[in-house]
Structure formats: structure tokens, C-alpha cells
Write a protein that binds this ligand. Sequence first.
Ligand SMILES: Nc1nc2c(ncn2[C@@H]2O[C@H](COP(=O)(O)OP(=O)(O)OP(=O)(O)O)[C@@H](O)[C@H]2O)c(=O)[nH]1
Ligand SMILES: [Mg+2]
Length: 667
Amino acid sequence: MIGPYSSGKTTLLENILHASGATQRRGTVKEGNLVGDSSAESRHRQMSTEINVASADFMGEAWTFLDCPGSIELLQETYNALLVADVAVLVVEPAPDRARAIAPLLKFLDDREIPHMIFVNKLDHAAAPVRQVLEALQTVSERPLVLRQVPIVAGDQVTGYVDLVSERAYSYKPGQASDLIAIPEAEKGGEKDARQKLLEALADFDDALLEKLLEDTVPPTGDIYAHLTANLQNDRIVPVFMGAAEKGSGVRRLLKALRHETPDVRSAAARLGVDAARGEALAQVFKTQHVPHSGKLTFARVLRGELADGAAVGGERIGGIFRVMGAQSAKLPKVQAGMVVALGRMEGAKTGQVLTASGKAPGGMAEWPKPLKPVYGLALSAENRNDEVKLTAALGRLMEEDPSLSIEHDSGMHQLILWGQGEIQLQIAGERLKSKFNLPVRMQRAVVPYKETIRKPASQHARHKKQSGGHGQFGDVTLEIRPLGRGAGFNFVDKVVGGAVPRQFIPSVEIGVRDYLNRGPLGFPVVDVEVALVDGQHHSVDSSDMAFRTAARMGMSEGMTKCEPVLLEPILKVSIAAPTEFTANVQRLVTGRRGHILGFQPREGWKGWDETVAHLPQKEMADLIVELRSLTMGVGTFDWGFDHLQELTGRLADEVVQRHTKQVAAQ
Ligand SMILES: Nc1nc2c(ncn2[C@@H]2O[C@H](COP(=O)(O)OP(=O)(O)OP(=O)(O)O)[C@@H](O)[C@H]2O)c(=O)[nH]1
Ligand SMILES: [Mg+2]
């Protein structure tokens, strides 16, 4: 179950479990007693923060529901679940103006040919007419959407539906199976039209059916179901159901459609490149989770054969096979193809991994997609300095659980940056560090890695001399400092003649210079300079590596101030993707952030989307995604990479230097 934030997926799961008899009681989001969303982070935020897994039997068949979080920042969870799923139920609200928000999900489903249905939820609220909802959704779906039900409306209430295949009408009964009623007079015309549309949609894929329709023959109900099933299984059409999950309305109808029309595991296996008919038992991991006290759980779908507890797969022994129901689980001795289970104590297992006894994945298997690229980062530090080592290990676990999280050690700025998809995701990671690993952390805006360079050359003499009892210290150097072109980095040249500085001390001079370059006159690492050692003096007893290193540092410290130091700001190349209707806004966003637009073009493979390419100061990227999402109904995104360093002068540069000086002083 997938769909935008708060569309009612977890509520639908709850009501599916109830309708199938797997649970006795129906919880609600408000009461905080759902089967799903049982983690501390979910409860506190009243939203799903990771995939909820729940297995239930329905009419003698085993089902596992993967209820995905809707937040765009947690999209990686959805993608991981979809890859191993037989069918996706896309849960949406009846809001035509928000159809855009589901474009990325539909695109993923369409591209990967994952069979999917739509469930239009929350029909108990005064909502837009279903026809309008459908029209809006169709604009973002490659596949034709086919309405399977029409609502029965009384006043501004939806009180039931007419099933377009069986042509039976039902009146909703909260929490129970709907009552069969006669089709109300008022709905008859609309029902006929909608049914005709359904048949025509099916006829697009079947000439025999088309002929029948042209002859005005009504195909038997059984045939219609068979067409619907084949078309869903081959991802040719998208059936649309509706109801109100919270009231349990429309839930049984959806469940029955799933039961009759969902392809079995062989389809998903084939999609992933696994021949279900022959070969060793095989499961694919789509999620791992660290559970305090019980250790690591590895969620996997068995795609072929049978796995037994204790068997060795992927070089590790399975330490328990569990059928999962939210926070509960039941141990199983073995599992067959089709099942989704959690495996215990597979310490090395990773999302995407193929588990087989031989440790090998079949040749034709598709590669697990790369995780989403990060778009938002915060500097992270342990509240207690002693926790630093523990922090690295815990972050390793979190990144394993959510591959769209990553870390960067920025040694230049002495910061650890946690990268991900947005602030909520990072906050949740912070909460997990505390709740699961007892590791309180602080997160703050990351410091931009400014650099500095020089505009003018200078020559500088420096002598380090100390006479204090026994051994003294003596080092004497003359340095020539000059600017290099952008991107040249640092160059050290030895131009000493006649042994003025003995060979063995020259590396120490370079070290001294490099020491200094870590923090230039403006306080930032210095780049794009060349330093030549042109002359010096030494003393046969008092000269040492240390003395020359110090002399070099002194020389740099004095010399650099004469070289007109200038700040360098990192500039990124960003490529911002958004639906075309937002392109003008996106470009205004870029220019408003000191960006420089390089061009824009249609986004490859995305109908109705543009891609704007620009140079943007890294400082301006910090909350770019936040504003971009608010401008684009949440769907705008961007790809980025470092491009070059650019001189920054004037008021902005002064501010950067002042702020940095203050921060350094406070450390
Ligand atoms: N009126 C109405 N409200 C509903 C219905 N289904 C869910 N809700 C409400 O919608 C809100 C979100 O419900 P959830 O089930 O948590 O939605 P979700 O899609 O799982 O949310 P995320 O996983 O956080 O994206 C809650 O306040 C529910 O009570 C419905 O059928 N009718
Ligand atoms: Mg949810």
C-alpha cells in the first residue's frame, strides 16, 4: 500500500486486517492503537515512519501487506517494498488538485511494470466527484485508469456503490460487509455510461471483445473478470476502487479484487529476473531493521523454493523465521515461495541482497536500484563526546535500514554530515539514535566548506631561532608565494641552490607550509597557491625538522597577508526537475538564491516535466529542497554535484568571515 502522505494507508491496512478476520478490534490513528505505526517515532508523529508489515489469511490464502510511509522524504521505503510486491494499491484522497503529487509513484510503477490499483479513500468526507478525481489522476498515469465502481450519493454523502462488472448495488455498513440493494434510479444512467467505458477500455486490448461491443453484444460477467485480471496482471490497465478506509467502507470489495486479480509470486519473480520454475531456493531482502533487545531483523520475500530455519543462506545461518503482524511475530519452521517474512540474526544481510544457499544470484537478475540521492544534510554530533565511536556504528545500522541516508566526513570543516531526503527523515533518524541506541545527538545546519586563495604574489623571509640552555632551535627560510589558476590546488617547489637549506629539512618546510594552509588569513583552508622555497639558512647543531617546520609556518603566516586573500565559495551544478507548470517558479527560485541558470530542457522520460540546470552557491542549497517541494506540490527534486569555487567579495564575504571567526572562537 502506497500513496501520498496521510491518504489513509495505515488505516486501510487496519481495516483490511479486520475485514479479513485477522484482528478483532479496529484501531484508529487518533487512538494510536493501530497494528501499524507502533514505533515510538510513528506514534509521536502520527505518521508512518517505515514500512509496516502485516500478514493475514483471507479466505484460505496467506497475504502479507506492506504499508509504506507516504512522506516524500521516506520514498525509499516505498520503492524497496514495491520491487518485491505482487501488486500495489495506491491510496489517494479524492482531491483532483493534488493529483500531481502521485506522479513520481505512478512513474515508478509504470516504468517497472508493477501491477497496481488505485483506492480513492475518504469518500465519507464531502469530496470532489469521483469522475473529476479520475480525470486528474489520468493526466499523470501512462496506463488507462478504469473505474470499477461508481459511488451512490445521497445529498453530499456517499452511501454506497454500484459494482460495474456485476452491476450490483451496495449500501455501506460501517465496519461490516455492505448490504446488497437495488440500483437507485438516479444512478442508473451514470452506471451504464461508466460500465460502457470499462468495456471499451478492455476492448482496446482484445479484438474479439471489441467486435462483440461493436455488435452490441454484452459479454458474460465471467469474461469481463477474466479480461480485468489479465490486464491488471500484465500491467495494462489500472482499476480504480473507492471507499472510506476508516469506516471500513469499500474494504471488502478491494480485498476481493486483490484475491481474484493479483498475480502470484511467479510474476514478481519474473519481473526481478528469477525463473520461478527451476533453481535453488531464493529470497530477496527489501528491508532490514534493528530491534532493541532482539537484534537485527531482515525482511525478505521468498521468490522461489522453500527456506528453512537454521539453513545457511548468503554465508549466514537463518536464526529464526518470523511471520510478522505489526509489532507481533510468530515463528515458523520454514516458508515457501510467495511469503514475506523476517529472518533473525542475519548480521550481514543488506537491502537488495539475494539470499541463496550457494551465495550466488541467478545471472539474469535485475540489479537492485541505487538509493535515492541525498538532497538535504545536517551536521550531526553526539551530545556526549564519548559517544563518537558508538555513533559511527549506530549510523551504519541506520543507513542499512534506510539506504537513502548517508554520511559524509567533512574533515576540512570538522563536521559529520548526515545526508538524506529532508528534515523529517533526518529528525526521525535522530530519534532512532536515541530510542534504539541510547545515543542522544545534536543536529544543526552544516557549515559550508568555503575556501580561500590569494590574488597577488609575495616573497617572505622568516627565521625561527631560540636559544634556551643546551640545544637551540634554528630554521630560516625565504618563500615565494603566488596564486595558481582555479582548481590547481597546492603546489610546493624546491628552488634552493647550494644547500642553503639542507636536503633533509626540505620536506619539513613543506609540512610547515601545509600546516598553515589549513587555515589561511580569513580562517579557511587555502587552495590554488604555489609556494616555492627559494633560500634559507641553517645551523649545524641547532637546525631540526621542527625548527624548519615552524619557520615555514611563520613565513606563510606573515607572507599570506600581503597576497590579497580572497574568499572562495563552493558552487554546485544543480539540475532541478519539476512539472512544466512550475518551471517559471523554479527559475525564480534559482535566481533568488544567487543562482545562474545554464539552461532548461524537457526531463528525459518524464512527460510534462522540465529540468532546469543551474550553478548555485552551495550555501543556497541547504534548504532548497524545502522551498522546491512547497512550490511543486512536493514532487520537485534535484540532482547536484560540486562544480567549482568562485571568488566571493563584498558584504556577503565579510559576513561569512565574521561568522566563521566567531564560531572558531567559541570552539
Ligand atoms: N474521513 C476519513 N479520514 C480517514 C480515512 N482514512 C484515514 N483517515 C484519516 O486520515 C489520517 C491519516 O491516516 P493514516 O492511515 O495514518 O494515513 P497514511 O496514509 O497511513 O499516512 P502516512 O503513512 O503517514 O503517509 C488519519 O487522521 C485518519 O484518521 C477515511 O476513510 N475517512
Ligand atoms: Mg501510514
